[in-house]
Design a protein around this ligand. Structure first.
Ligand code: ZN
Length: 294
């Protein structure tokens, strides 16, 4: 199944894609694509529906983030060897974990706001894992049983905030709109091998990232198992599993960062595509001396 959320930001309603690719409304069937709806029983109930019997969602309706009420937004850093190299970092011996604020979450095609004072806003296409069943000290062999499905994530990052302003990476990862999620939550049964997915990102039509999830250092099962040794994972938690090479920070001869008015286009095989336009934060021109002139 391909599940999604649609409508105005903060007021999204649940939906599912039918066999012909049309958006169908699940309003009144379930309250949201969130929490217990993501449990195996909840997904089984949705799978038993005939999507053609559900009302169509009007074309052009906004996609919201494909998961609601996300409790934890956990990221894995430097999980592709080539990306670690381009970032000038060692290949980690254990998964590097950090958090993004859940307030960064937005729809897959929403505008991305370049934060006030930012000169190093960067892109990172990533495979997202949505937890469907509580996971606590799970083995690698059982880990995928706790996954509801997968989605596309853009782990937007402000490199100066992240790397040059002290402390943890969280400051450079949590700005509003730095977490587009969706368009769909694709259930696990439709993704037989999450370690064989093409993953790519373009900026203004130029292919910047072009990878495959097969080159992850730590695979999905290992990541879910590993995180569950440190904290329990709950239905609706989202894990962003690292980005392949080709981020702006790693561009040669020098880094390339996003300016207002640019278009990002990114996707993963079978999980859909996102399109975002960068916009300047309101009031930013006065705050940063207009460094983000178009
Ligand atoms: Zn990332």
């Amino acid at each position: 199944m391909k599940l999604f959320r649609h409508g105005k930001a903060g007021h999204e309603r649940p939906g599912m894609i039918d066999a012909s690719g049309q958006m169908r409304d699940l309003d009144g069937v379930v309250s949201d694509i969130a929490g217990e709806v993501l449990l195996p029983e909840g997904l089984a109930r949705l799978a038993a529906l005939d999507p053609a019997s559900l009302p169509l969602v009007p074309e052009g309706t906004r996609y919201g983030p494909c998961v609601g009420r996300v409790g934890k937004f956990i990221c894995v850093g430097l999980n592709y060897a080539d990306h670690a190299a381009e970032s000038g970092m060692e290949v980690p011996s254990e998964p590097v974990l950090f958090f993004k604020a859940t307030s960064a979450i937005c729809g897959p095609d929403d505008d991305v706001i370049i934060p006030r004072g930012s000169v190093k806003t960067d892109w990172e296409v990533e495979l997202g894992v949505v937890i469907g069943r509580e996971a606590r000290y799970v083995s690698q062999a059982d880990a995928l049983d706790h996954v509801a499905g997968y989605c596309v994530i853009n782990d937007l990052s402000e490199r100066e905030f992240q790397l040059e302003r002290g402390g943890q990476w969280v400051k450079g990862k949590s700005c509003d709109t730095f977490g587009p999620i969706g368009p769909w939550l694709v259930t696990r049964d439709e993704v037989p091998d999450p370690q064989q997915l093409g993953i790519w990102l373009e900026v203004d039509g130029v292919r910047r990232q072009n990878g495959n999830t097969r080159t992850m250092i730590f695979g999905i099962a290992e990541i879910v198992s590993y995180i569950s040794q440190f904290m329990s994972l709950q239905p609706g938690d989202v894990i962003s599993t690292g980005t392949p090479p080709g981020v702006g920070l790693g561009m040669k001869p020098e880094p390339v960062y996003l300016r207002a008015g640019q278009k990002m286009h990114l996707g993963i095989d079978g999980l859909g595509v996102q399109t975002q336009t960068t916009v300047v934060a309101s009031g930013a021109a006065e705050k940063n001396g207009g460094r983000h002139a178009l």
